[in-house]
Design a binder for this molecule. Structure first.
Ligand SMILES: CC(C)(COP(=O)(O)OP(=O)(O)OC[C@H]1O[C@@H](n2cnc3c(N)ncnc32)[C@H](O)[C@@H]1OP(=O)(O)O)[C@@H](O)C(=O)NCCC(=O)NCCS
Length: 132
């Protein structure tokens, strides 16, 4: 998937520029995973997980879950919602997010690449405004 490297590079450039925050997981000095997020990257008010990935040989050991735990904790400190997009073909990642409490709330066709629909997911503790 040639597009993946470009997406990862773009995410890390945004971390370097200060537009996003990033966390990495290391194992014996080797980076085996990362998450890139921003506390207010969606609709001005809400957090956005831009990218999470774990090296193929390090998957299914809970590393992705722990990276998401850390990003979500930082986001939920600031507000009650986390959003993310995942490509419609990426059913493994969709299952991963759904198990973590994300709900599919919409679709954004042709957003990243023509012909591919991005699925919008939300994990929420409640609305932004508290009930009166
Ligand atoms: C999605 C992704 C980040 C998950 O990372 P991961 O480190 O494998 O995540 P976890 O190990 O926490 O959980 C993955 C699965 O392993 C299972 N698991 C967790 N710990 C486990 C363990 N110790 N033993 C066996 N299985 C385990 C989880 O139940 C989970 O099951 P699920 O696939 O049904 O959700 C990883 O698959 C990935 O990098 N995919 C490619 C990039 C990508 O698609 N990113 C998302 C879009 S930007």
């Amino acid at each position: 998937m040639a597009g993946c490297a470009a997406i990862v590079r773009g995410a890390f450039e945004d971390v370097r520029a200060g537009a996003c925050l990033g966390l990495v997981a290391e194992d014996a000095g080797r980076v085996v995973g990362f998450v890139v997020y921003t506390p207010a990257g969606t609709f001005v008010h809400s957090g956005y997980v831009r990218s999470v990935a774990v090296a193929p040989d390090a998957q299914h050991q809970g590393i992705g879950g722990r990276l998401m735990d850390a990003a979500e904790a930082a986001i939920l400190e600031r507000g009650p919602n986390v959003f993310l997009l995942v490509s419609n073909w990426n059913t493994g990642a969709q299952r991963f997010y759904e198990r973590r409490g994300y709900r599919r709330i919409g679709e954004v066709p042709d957003y990243v690449r023509r012909g591919i629909t991005e699925v919008l997911y939300r994990k929420t503790l409640g609305p932004i405004q508290r009930d009166a």
